[in-house]
Ligand binder design. Sequence first.
Ligand code: KG4
Ligand code: ZN
Length: 333
Amino acid sequence: MLYSTILGIESSCDDTAVAIWHRGKILANITASQAIHREYGGVVPELASRAHQSNIIPTLQHALKKAQMEVADIDAIAVTQGPGLMGSLLVGLNTAKGLSLALKKPLVGVNHLQAHVAALYLEEPQPAFPILVLLVSGGHTQLILVSDYSEMKIVGTTLDDAAGEAFDKAAKLMGLPYPGGPQIEKCASLGDPNAFTFPKAKVPGFDMSFSGIKTALLYFLRNETEKNPNFLEHHLSDVCASFQQSIADYVADKTRKAIEAYKPRSIAIVGGVSANTSLRIRWQELAREYSLQCLIPSFEYCTDNAAMICMAGHFLLEKEQLLPLDALPFSKS
Ligand code: KG4
Ligand code: ZN
């Protein structure tokens, strides 16, 4: 192990996160979430970068205190380089560059999506490779075949919205606050998942599409509300449960096809939507059906966090793939 203590910084969207990794253990994993976006029903980039600017140093100090360390104890720094919102990324990247310069410690730039996959290595059991990973977040949905700790290939991707985005947009249509995924899950727990059906997009191969299901929900709600203006009030939990089940069925069907084609030894779900309990249960069932190992990160490592940045950074540091100080953030994957 070249570097024993890694500071991780994540600021790609609306969470300012700092973590400290020491010899394979996470000593601190602190996230400052930004409530300000709730009233706008989605992330406002300019407000996000300003909030990162206010939160980054207190979050760093909080993480150091939790780990009972001084900044000088850090051996290396890992930071999210992209993809993400440009103004948000700049805050984390520039803080990391400043620390790297001041402390004379190496810096690595982490790909946020690869870091979601690296969240799988933070906890036991260690995976049996290859792993077929479904990455489901607010900005991305991909099926990824992971052949080794830092070797991966995208085998399917959404052609339009991400799964998390579909949850967020559906929640907005139903008047639920942002982020919509956890809100839909909460309402769904009281509803009947078979009450309504929403059509699945027909996309060839392992690619996916989520914009149709959102539009189907829009027309469905419009029709039902015309017939009964109080429809949503009386059926919110059934609509949420049915919508959640439709998304889970869709991604599970795609994954089933990919399991048959790629014959992995493990399956996994990562990213914010993997915090969804019904999806987690579905993955455990899928793994049992095919006798595969099932890997799902703990809740704190599903949504955006800096522990996963430390983990992905560790592999870059071991290969000495360092980031030069003139490196820029990237907004697209
Ligand atoms: O990975 P993440 O924290 O940020 C991105 O990289 O995008 O994912 C955020 C997404 C949001 O769309 C949010 O609604 C969704 O994850 N999400 C959920 C749940 N918790 C978060 N979706 C469904 N069920 C949940 N419990
Ligand atoms: Zn993410």
